[in-house]
Design a protein around this ligand. Structure first.
Ligand code: HEC
Ligand code: HEC
Length: 145
């Protein structure tokens, strides 16, 4: 009898610990696991600001760069933000490096009247499109006077 009670107590404790552990793990799942350029300890708020900024700059939604799988019978897809399967996400990483390099190595060295030039961002080139206008021939024709 006694041993059974002890066993019951031990198994209750174990269940409790497993429950707590799964809770802690679930919490950890929300943390980014695959940042290669942004600081790994970035706050969730900052990360989401940056991501919204990219989406607006390119005129897209999150699924342009991130894997979203439709779940039958559910309104929202299942997201895998850590996955690198979409080529757009990897291009975006290259673009982050390029943008930082333009700012640091080029614009940062040009001083106008003592003030550093403003930095460029994704929107500077993309202006709400995935493909920036790269030729003046693509610009709308100026009105005839
Ligand atoms: C133009 C491409 C692009 C768009 C659009 C985009 N992201 Fe990202 N996202 C990235 C890149 C690139 C990284 C990885 C950055 C790094 O390696 O430091 C990333 C990383 C993340 C991560 C961290 C994943 C992990 O575990 O490492 C989250 C969360 C995320 N994005 C959420 C979003 C959300 C939410 C949206 C829509 C509001 C969004 N992203 C739109 C390119 C994009
Ligand atoms: C100096 C200009 C410039 C800046 C700044 C810039 N991009 Fe780009 N980006 C381009 C050009 C040019 C292309 C190539 C478009 C094409 O495929 O014709 C491109 C392509 C891309 C593509 C691939 C589009 C496709 O059709 O496959 C992604 C994704 C992207 N950029 C994301 C970003 C993000 C995110 C940022 C900011 C971190 C950024 N870019 C900043 C010029 C720029």
């Amino acid at each position: 009898m006694r041993i059974n009670k002890k066993l019951a107590l031990v198994s209750v404790l174990c269940c409790g610990m497993l429950f707590l552990q799964s809770f802690v793990q679930k919490h950890d799942d929300d943390k980014p696991t695959n940042l290669k350029i942004l600081p790994k300890d970035i706050s969730e708020e900052k990360l989401h600001d940056i991501m919204r900024n990219y989406s607006r700059a390119l005129g897209v939604r999150c699924n342009y760069c991130h894997v979203a799988t439709a779940v039958p019978g559910q309104e929202h897809p299942k997201w895998d933000f850590a996955s690198d399967d979409k080529k757009e996400k990897n291009v975006a990483r290259e673009m982050m490096i390029m943008t930082a390099a333009i700012n640091a190595d080029h614009l940062g060295k040009i001083k106008t009247m003592g003030d550093p030039l403003e930095q460029i961002q994704c929107v500077t080139c993309h202006m709400g499109r995935t493909t920036p206008i790269i030729s003046v021939d693509s610009l709308p024709k100026p009105p005839k006077k």
